[in-house]
Design a protein around this ligand. Structure first.
Ligand SMILES: Nc1nc2c(ncn2[C@@H]2O[C@H](COP(=O)(O)O[C@H]3[C@@H](O)[C@H](n4cnc5c(=O)[nH]c(N)nc54)O[C@@H]3COP(=O)(O)O)[C@@H](O)[C@H]2O)c(=O)[nH]1
Length: 928
């Protein structure tokens, strides 16, 4: 019977459901029909007014051609109005409710919210028995899905086609159905007879009980669903919030499963929420690090964890942890992340999950790093930097500023940079500076400033005005560097450019400047000006024999003595080497430079005590005077130089005023130099031969070859006129080589002609002697000409051998070894060191003709000549006397044992044909 009763009630419910479905079906059919046709326009009147909830529909109100005003009614609205007007139409209450609504009456009640949530998932009708106002009802919710046709009125909701828009709710009172079920149950009981009488009571009880239990179960289920809904609502609420958080956010539940993964996190990691929701076991760590490792969220869940090496600045306050980290494997590019994570708890305090918010701080970090870098550059800059505000109050300074000024940042901030002012620059200077800054936003220049300790220093300052968008100056930016060292270096360079480093006298460059100025003044003032060229005698020898150190000391001392000899307005400069120039401006006559020259001669010629040596030198001075001897710097220099050479030629340690004759001589010398060059090219040289004889036997021993220049313009030119020029210009090397060649050719020719062998002596110049390949060169020429070395003798002067005695010994040794005869010419005119003399591998000494000239009348000359002969013989050398012109001279020389005689007494130098005849005669008489 129980079973029969239960079936009766279930049938009652089924009947109610069927009725509900029929009601909803009708409702739905109507709405679909009306929607598809764009809703229903009704004539406006007392019962029909425009719906304020369709304000957004453009064609809500229309007017017919006859002027009837229509307004749009959408199907749901019509259904709702019908329901409101006839609440008990067929005993069925239907209404439409929406997830998103404008009209508050469409808001779902509690049961409807639950039902909407359920039908959203199932997309099927949902029904349940429930109690409304203490009476049993069957309620049914039919899902309402968004369709194209709905969009006309409901597009504003944002709900897409195919998504749940709302639902149609129908409430069927169950009382009539239950009454019918009770009747059926009672019928069943009656049919079972009296036996079941007692059972009727029970049936009544069971009926009631069944109804109650059924209702209770429904109520309980509804409550559970309600609770679930609430939970889901709050979770949905939370997820909606995190979705819109600007930080990448992740939520896990208490099982470690991902339940929230917002848009920003998907963007940051490149992994969508769909891929991550529901994942656990640290899988959410993968996108961040490429390997399984805890995130901050896991550290939040681990209360024992107080620090983690992977995070910088890791901290924990209660449930919340903070940390920063570098994620090299994040997305496409590495990133710096700043994260905060927290445990999530329920109302009882139980952990229900955790949340982590991650901020991509890469740009911020880069900006910070850039700021740090700029700050470092600012602070470490070698240049001092000052930033001031618009009022020019110091806001910032760097390290170099403190170093240069002595003011620390703290001391400087707030002050006006004028605290650095030295006071050297005047008001005008600053006015110009500020004008430039205000007009062109920029100024740079040199300025003197004062340090904190009061000392002054020069600096190179650059000031830039910084303007805001409104073009108003907001700041000034100044950089400067201490240029003390640079200025000192400049000063030093300036000094070096103008001063001779050894003597500290003005150099040639400065001399020219000063002389130019002095000349201008002399021209304007109409007064005289003198230039004195001072050259030290024998300086080269001092330098070579005592060393450059002593030479330098000598030059310094000479410079100092010259300075002390001058007036304040006179200028003394080192012109180069051992040459000094004195300029005497504003003189009245030529006597003044002559007096000064005498004073200099005396002062400079006094002995010097240099590095334990007593050194002697003397000056040779040439003087030129403006305007007589020149009106330009170049002319005055040149003529003073010419005069100086004349002073040297005049025996040194003297001075010479420039004369017109000197000028002529200088011009002639220049002319000689020019034509000598073509003489070398055109081979205009010939040799004359002066015989050398044995005075005892009258035998011809040889000839001295003496060069002559057969000039097409000047006829036969003697060596005294051109050899010095050739020496000075270096042309002597070519001339000497040619002379040697001609002598060798002549010796070979005479030999080949059958004449008895005679030696030909050739003069060698100092320059030739210093030629490094001299022996090889001479040997080559001899070979070429077919001359034997025994036929040749070389004459070197005493002074040239003594200039570099050691080197001379070596070269002469080499020549000697070749079999060439050697003689020292002009012996007695130089300063021979006897110790060196004995080392020279020479065969002969030639007594200079200056001693021979007065040999019978001058006892000194006679003594020198006789001593030379004796000494030479002691050293195993023969003696040649040159310039022998008289019998008396010959007699004296023969008496003192002179071996060979050369001079006009026997013969003048002879042209080659005459010389050959001379040789032939001696050959014939057997005196060769
Ligand atoms: N480097 C070279 N120097 C050369 C060469 N040829 C000549 N010279 C040197 O030129 C100087 C002048 O020479 P020169 O005019 O030829 O005079 C020589 C003789 O003519 C002259 N002499 C000879 N005997 C007498 C005399 O009795 N009386 C007198 N008044 N003069 C005389 O002496 C000159 C020879 O001198 P020295 O050479 O010292 O023996 C002269 O210094 C030549 O050296 C050359 O090729 N290269």
């Amino acid at each position: 019977m129980w079973w029969n009763v239960r079936v009766a009630y279930q049938q009652a419910l089924a009947l109610a459901e069927t009725q509900a479905e029929i009601a909803l079906g009708k409702d739905l059919a109507f709405r679909k029909w009306a929607s598809k046709r764009g809703g229903i326009y009704m004539e406006q009147g007392p019962l029909v007014s425009p719906s304020p909830f369709l304000n957004h529909v453009p064609d809500r109100d229309l007017e017919t051609t006859r002027g009837v005003h229509l307004t749009l009614k959408n199907p749901a609205m019509i259904m709702n109005e019908i329901t409101r007007e006839a609440p008990r139409f067929f005993g069925v209450d239907t209404r439409i409710t929406s997830r998103l609504y404008i009209n508050p009456v469409d808001a779902p009640d509690e049961w409807e919210r639950t039902a909407l949530f359920i039908v959203e998932g199932t997309r099927e009708d949902y029904h349940a028995a429930t109690i409304i106002n203490g009476k049993p009802y069957l309620r049914m919710m039919q899902p309402m899905i968004m369709e194209e046709s709905c969009l006309k009125c409901h597009a504003w909701t944002g709900i897409k086609v195919g998504e749940l828009r709302g639902g149609t709710d129908v409430s069927i009172p169950l009382a009539p159905f239950y009454a019918a079920a009770g009747k059926q149950a009672r019928g069943v009981a009656a049919s079972h007879g009296a036996i079941w009488l007692l059972g009727l009571v029970a049936i009544g009880f069971i009926t009631r009980r069944t109804m109650t239990v059924e209702l209770e179960r429904s109520r309980h289920e509804a409550q559970l669903r309600e609770k679930n809904l609430e939970l889901q609502d709050s979770r949905q609420y939370l997820l909606t919030i995190i979705e819109f958080l600007p930080d990448a956010t992740l939520i896990i539940d208490n099982h470690g499963k991902v339940v929230g993964w917002n848009r920003e996190l998907a963007r940051l990691t490149g992994v969508s929420a769909e891929e991550m929701i529901g994942r656990g076991d640290l899988e959410y760590a993968l996108p961040f690090y490429g390997q399984r490792r805890p995130l901050l969220i896991d550290l939040a869940l681990d209360p024992g964890c107080e620090s983690d090496g992977r995070y910088e600045g890791f901290s924990r306050i209660g449930d919340i942890v903070h940390g920063e980290c570098y994620a090299p494997g994040l997305g496409e590019t590495p990133a710096y992340l700043t994260s905060a994570a927290s445990v999530l708890r329920n109302s009882k305090g139980d952990v229900i999950g955790a949340i982590e918010c991650i901020r991509d701080t890469t740009e911020q970090m880069k900006a910070q790093q850039r700021i740090k870098l700029l700050a470092k550059i600012f602070n470490e800059s070698g240049e001092a930097i000052v930033i001031t505000d618009s009022e020019n109050r110091i806001m910032e300074t760097n390290k170099a500023f403190a170093q240069f000024t002595g003011y620390s940042r703290e001391e400087a901030v707030g002050k006006n940079p004028r605290v650095l002012k030295s006071g050297i620059e005047d008001k005008k200077f600053y006015e110009n500076m500020w004008r430039s800054i205000l007009e062109s936003n920029y100024w740079q220049g040199e300025i003197w400033d004062k340090r904190k300790d009061g000392s002054l220093y020069p600096k190179w300052l650059t000031i830039t005005a910084i303007r805001g968008e409104d073009n108003v100056i907001t700041n000034y930016f100044a950089t400067f560097s201490d240029i003390t060292q640079r200025k000192e270096a400049e000063k030093r360079i300036e000094q070096l450019a103008h001063t001779d480093t050894l003597t500290s006298l003005p150099n040639r460059h400065t001399l020219v400047e000063r002389l130019t100025q002095a000349l201008e003044q002399a021209k304007r003032g109409g007064h005289l000006l003198a230039v004195l060229f001072v050259d030290l005698d024998r300086f080269k020898m001092i330098n070579d024999t005592l060393g450059h150190h002593v030479g330098d000391l000598l030059l310094m001392e000479v410079a100092s003595r010259l300075k002390s000899s001058l007036r304040a307005e006179d200028v003394v400069a080192r012109f180069g080497g051992d040459e000094f120039v004195v300029v005497q401006p504003r003189i009245r006559s030529q006597v003044e430079p002559a007096h000064l020259a005498e004073k200099i001669l005396k002062t400079v010629a006094a002995p010097y005590f240099l590095d334990n040596n007593t050194v002697y030198t003397s000056p040779s001075i040439g003087i030129s005077v403006f305007p007589n001897d020149g009106t330009t710097v170049a002319e005055l220099f040149k003529n003073a130089d010419v005069a100086m050479y004349h002073a040297k030629a005049a025996g040194r340690n003297t001075y010479q005023m420039f004369t017109k004759e000197m000028h002529t001589a200088a011009r002639q010398r220049l002319a000689i130099e020019n034509s000598l060059r073509s003489a070398v090219t055109n081979d205009e040289f010939v040799l004359h031969y002066q015989p050398q004889l044995d005075p005892a036997t009258g035998k011809l021993l040889g000839f001295e070859a003496l060069v002559r220049w057969q000039s097409p313009d000047n006829g036969l030119v003697y060596p005294d006129r051109f050899i010095p020029v050739a020496e000075e210009t270096g042309m002597i090397l070519e001339i000497g080589r040619r002379v040697f060649e001609m002598a060798c050719q002549q010796a070979a020719r005479w030999r080949d002609a059958g004449y008895p062998s005679v030696r030909i002596a050739v003069n060698l110049s100092a320059r030739q002697l210093r030629q490094p390949d001299l022996p090889e060169m001479l040997s080559g020429i001899m070979k070429e000409c077919g001359a034997d070395p025994e036929m040749i003798e070389l004459e070197v002067t005493e002074s040239m051998t003594m200039e570099r005695p050691v080197e001379s010994i070596r070269i002469l040794g080499a020549l000697k070894a070749m079999g060439i005869g050697l003689a020292i010419d002009d012996f007695g005119t130089g300063y021979s060191s006897l110790s060196y003399l004995k080392l020279f591998p020479v065969d002969k000494l030639k007594i200079d003709r200056s001693f021979v000239k007065d040999i019978e009348v001058d006892p000194d000359d006679a003594a020198i000549a006789s001593a030379t002969i004796a000494m030479a013989h002691t050293l195993g050398k023969k003696v040649v006397a040159e310039g022998v012109e008289s019998q008396a001279q010959l007699d004296f020389l023969v008496q003192h044992g002179c071996d060979i005689i050369q001079g006009y007494f026997y013969s003048k130098p002879l042209a080659v044909e005459e010389a050959e005849q001379y040789l032939a005669r001696h050959a014939q008489s057997g005196t060769v």
